[in-house]
Write a protein that binds this ligand. Sequence first.
Ligand code: FES
Length: 378
Amino acid sequence: MACDLRRGTAATYAYTEDEVPTVEAEFHAAQKAGLPVRLGTDIDLPFEVHAAVLLDDQLTLHPVKYLQGLASAVDGDGSRIYEHSRVLDVTGRRLSTADGEVHFDRIVLATHYPLLDRGLFFARLKTPRSYAVAARLDGPPPSALAISAGSPSWSISAYGDQLIVCGQSHETGKKVVEPYRRLEEFARRHWPVQEITHRWSAQDPTAYDHLPMIGSYTPGSTTMFTATGYMKWGLSSGTFAGTLLADLVTGKPHDLAERFSPHRLSLKSVPTLVKKNAEVAVEMIGDRIMPADATNSDKLPPDHAHVIRDGLGKTGVYRDPDGQLHAVSMRCTHLGCMVRFNAAERSWDCPCHGSRFDVDGTVLEGPATKPLPRREPK
Ligand code: FES
């Protein structure tokens, strides 16, 4: 098919004995939800699996081809797609980009992490970041679509003749310990890897109760909508969000509108919310008294970064492989937390709401819309 659609058995497996109870709990929860799951260990993996919950007939597809298909269905008949047009602000019925304004009657702000804090999303979303490697093997890749139940998790799939291993998740802006090396080691431990051909990473907002948030941007709004919190299930949840939002935007009722409402709040979630917001408060205040690494960058080796005190603020300095220094303010332009260097991606990442910046300060991921101000390297 056009987006390489195929069906296979999805497995959540126990990589260690300790993970068996989690697998069993998932089996019982899935059964209770009416899914036709089964327990077993018949998975195409080259290591011992202690238990697994299996769900047959699950879809995989090529995400870029799928999106290209959707995009070509949108374009025309009064609809247009504009790329490279980052939305910077929304005021009244007008949104602004760097190059112009758009006036609207209704809008869906699906900017990954919500751009504006009018719905208090910043208090209710986390932003885990994960890594992936693709490897060419001596022999065929496994047919399994499998993810381990523990932490760190090891997610295994294939594309064409390549193995894909994902994992090493952490909250954006927190310490990263050589995620690509660990994934590569895992792949080489279990398969005859010829070469690692690709590596990449991604992050996705996750709601405090793990359910996507799809609906009005503020309670009762009939002009502004959003969809976020896909928890790395954006292909399925984003597709579902499209069907739900199509009804909401045109004023039709939908059976699941309440369940996915961004404004739901359960008592069970209160401790998680309190913890998350206490963590953000610590990041906002605590980082300002953290010591800087150095007073100048003379001895900074290539492809390394450090922090320099700069009056009352701090400057993040990165020396690129050609020896050139790049210095930026470390104060996140979203709400002012201190960014941290992610050596795996060579970016400055914010621990509060997941904004990310290139070494020259350019915005890589929101909710920040403004770059980190550049500084003169010392
Ligand atoms: Fe919110 Fe940085 S992303 S303060």
